[in-house]
Design a protein around this ligand. Structure first.
Ligand SMILES: [Zn+2]
Length: 299
């Protein structure tokens, strides 16, 4: 019953102001998610951040993650599969290579939402002092108990930082949050004075262009583009040191004087300019039809 199309999810949140720029005005871009379940999404009129029109509270999200998330998207009541680990190791290696030029000997790295710990494990091999935290019990216990990594089982609100870090990393975490600005500021509080923050998220502009509403789902409460991610850092006085503008968007942030916020917001609106309700629908059908006739995307 739970996965029937054209029905609502059992949990329904409330409209909110934009979690980055605070603006309440938004435009609906889709009524459905990738399963054809009713899950309206809007785009902020001021900064183009995509968000659930009815945002779940943190309590509701915890309920969703504990009851449905894994069976919806990931492992079903078990530890990580060999396939999952292989994929994560490849991703961790790619990210380490991007970060390497900025690492000193024995850099202290904290991985925010470290999952099953592959990034923490591989950075340790580079002589970095790596640790992490992860709210998912199965992921965290696998990383800590089976791999012996320094991983706390908690969310960012409860993480206890005992000593400051040179780098905080967060890979595919911020798109799951409801309060990314406070989380980003928390991450800064775990840094030494000239520390770096490396965030990677799916680029929602690229996803919407490729799959339309086929890229929207319950677990991703917000959707960033290249510029809305820059904007998130700008609100906390952090600027891009290096940008990896690939299908996903990754930014290594350092302390600095951000560009004027209005300029970044304008860039973000341009990035999402054509992604309106009509286009998001149309692109879903184009993508679905091309898949049906065997044209495979390279992504
Ligand atoms: Zn906004």
């Amino acid at each position: 019953m739970r996965n029937l199309p054209f029905t609502r999810y059992s949990l329904t949140g409330s409209p909110i102001s934009c979690p980055i720029c605070g603006n309440a005005e938004r435009t609906l871009i889709s009524k459905y998610d990738r399963r054809f379940k009713i899950l309206p999404h809007s785009k902020c009129d001021e900064c183009a951040l995509v968000r659930h029109e009815f945002m779940l509270s943190d309590e509701q999200l915890s309920e969703y993650y504990s009851k449905s998330y894994r069976s919806d998207y990931q492992w079903v009541n078990s530890g990580p599969t060999a396939r999952h680990i292989k994929k994560r190791v490849l991703e961790a290696n790619t990210r380490i290579n991007k970060l390497k030029p900025y690492l000193k000997k024995c850099s202290k790295i904290l991985d925010f939402g470290c999952g099953s710990g592959e990034f923490v494990e591989l950075t340790q091999k580079l002589d970095a002092l790596a640790s992490g935290f992860e709210p998912g019990n199965l992921y965290a216990s696998y990383a800590r108990d089976q791999k012996g990594l320094d991983v706390q089982n908690c969310g960012w609100e409860n993480y206890e930082c005992k000593s400051k870090n040179d780098v905080v990393t967060a890979f595919h975490v911020f798109e799951h949050l409801t309060d990314p600005r406070t989380a980003f500021q928390k991450a800064i509080s775990w840094l030494k004075s000239n520390g770096l923050i490396y965030i990677e998220v799916p680029n929602m502009a690229n996803l919407l262009k490729l799959k339309g509403f086929g890229s929207l789902h319950m677990a991703h409460t917000i959707g960033f583009g290249r510029y809305s991610l820059e904007l998130l850092g700008a609100y906390s006085g952090m600027v891009p040191l290096e940008i990896f503008d690939e299908f996903n968007i990754g930014i290594i942030f350092k302390k600095g004087q951000p560009r004027p916020l209005n300029e970044i917001k304008r860039n973000s609106l341009e990035e999402f300019n054509n992604l309106n309700f009509k286009q998001v629908n149309k692109r879903f059908w184009l993508y679905s039809t091309s898949k049906l006739f065997g044209k495979r995307s390279k992504v």
